[in-house]
Design a protein around this ligand. Structure first.
Ligand code: KG4
Ligand code: ZN
Length: 397
């Protein structure tokens, strides 16, 4: 009999429920996005997100079961993202998953959202370990080694803004609504790298990233031009910004591959939809690591979705990593950092043993928002945004 996992994802602004068969087949993957509601605020408003999740979760569950042509009685287990993410949003998915598990006597599988992004690659082809993942989303920019199924260790991380966050913030300056990544990517293909923005930390002796200096350089350039009445090419600005982001992401990923020999590189997270990044990574791999296979999930699986949570849950279930009704939303959940700092200048792969994933029943942490470095808590781009009063929210199909 097939293994059927009912998976929940509600960490940010997408309410999603999927039915995944044997960890590899998507029987259904319903995604109710809230983007239209958050657009006018220039970022995700946590309170609004939670309300949408509450309103939509039952309908999304029903649709997922219906499309998969299964009933609760057919299910093997229930899986849910329990972090990282917005606490109120996570709580809705966790509560719904616990309720289904309890009511139908099903095992409950807690899943790290970032593990989900990486395991979206499992829908493309079987994974071979050890592998390296470049995870680039709105909240994270990480290089992660996966030495064995479900065993993750961070070897490179952003010191400030995530790449997706930088896209959204500079997009706002260009008048592009949230989330701006896709449109900046489109514009970038119409322009040239004429501004030569800084490639921060590209030569540093580690695998870390920094994007806030680039973001500031971009914003200052645009504001300065505004002040002197000069009109800049939006296409060239976008192309220059994208070239700086992509150059650094690709350089650090190649450095990570020099240190950690693997057979596969997984590009994951919302920014993995970026055409410039996909192309540049493929070219760099062909030139520098031709034996490494690049796995990039289809665009519909790079953004937040529950299918990827079901794929990661399949691995957790095989390891017997289950939760009970005490499972709570853990907004600050993260993979462990590799035990020793990784210097990009020497081969320390053998010296730096990789730590295992975070405990599956961590102590509840103090609520954190998606990016604690944001000026206003909880908003990815908080500048000048006023939290809305509760009011009627729109229902979307
Ligand atoms: O993984 P995701 O759906 O949500 C988080 O977990 O954060 O990532 C969303 C991010 C947003 O910042 C969005 O602007 C960015 O992914 N994004 C892109 C592209 N498509 C989405 N960034 C650059 N180029 C794209 N084509
Ligand atoms: Zn995500």
């Amino acid at each position: 009999m097939s293994e059927l996992i009912l998976a929940f994802e509600s960490s940010c602004d997408e309410t999603s429920v999927a039915v995944i068969e044997d960890g590899t087949t998507i029987r259904s993957n319903i995604i109710a996005t809230q983007i239209n509601s958050h657009k006018r605020f220039g970022g995700v408003v946590p309170e609004v997100a939670s309300r949408h999740h509450v309103e939509q979760i039952t309908e999304v569950i029903d649709l997922a079961l219906k499309e998969a042509k299964v009933t609760y009685a057919d299910l093997t287990a229930v899986a849910v993202t329990y972090g990282p993410g917005l606490v109120g949003s996570l709580m809705i998915g966790v509560t719904a998953a616990k309720t289904v598990a309890f009511a139908h006597h099903l095992p409950l599988i807690p899943v790290n959202h970032m593990a989900g992004h990486i395991y979206a690659a499992r829908f493309v082809q079987p994974l071979v370990y050890p592998l390296l993942a470049l995870v680039v989303s709105g909240g994270h920019t990480e290089l992660v080694t996966v030495n064995h199924p479900g065993e993750f260790a961070i070897i490179g991380d952003t010191r400030d803004d995530a790449a997706g966050e930088a896209y959204d913030k500079i997009g706002r300056v260009l008048g592009i609504p949230y989330p701006a990544g896709k449109e900046v990517d489109r514009l970038a293909h119409l322009g040239q790298d004429t501004f030569h923005f800084p490639r921060a930390m590209v030569d540093s002796d580690d695998l870390d990233f920094s994007f806030s200096g680039l973001k500031s350089a971009f914003i200052n350039t645009v504001h300065h031009a505004d002040q002197i009445g000069e009109t800049l090419s939006r296409e060239d600005l976008a192309a220059s910004f994208q070239a700086a982001v992509v150059d650094v992401l690709v350089a650090k990923t190649m450095a990570a591959l020099d240190l950690h020999p693997v057979g596969q590189l997984v590009l994951a997270g919302g920014v993995a939809a970026n055409q410039g990044l996909r192309t540049a990574l493929a070219q760099a791999l062909a030139a520098k690591h031709p034996d490494v296979t690049l796995i990039v999930p289809p665009v519909r699986l790079t953004g937040d979705n529950a299918a990827m949570i079901g794929a990661a849950a399949h691995i957790e279930l095989a390891h017997g990593h289950l939760a009970d009704e005490s499972l709570t939303a853990t907004p600050g959940l993260n993979f462990s950092r590799a035990a020793q700092p990784v210097a990009a200048t020497e081969d320390v792969a053998a010296k730096a043993p990789l730590t295992t994933a975070a405990p599956h029943h961590p102590e509840p942490t103090a609520p954190q928002f998606r990016d604690p470095r944001d000026p206003l808590p909880g908003l990815r781009d908080g500048q000048g945004v006023v939290l809305p009063k509760p009011g009627p929210v729109r229902q979307r199909k």
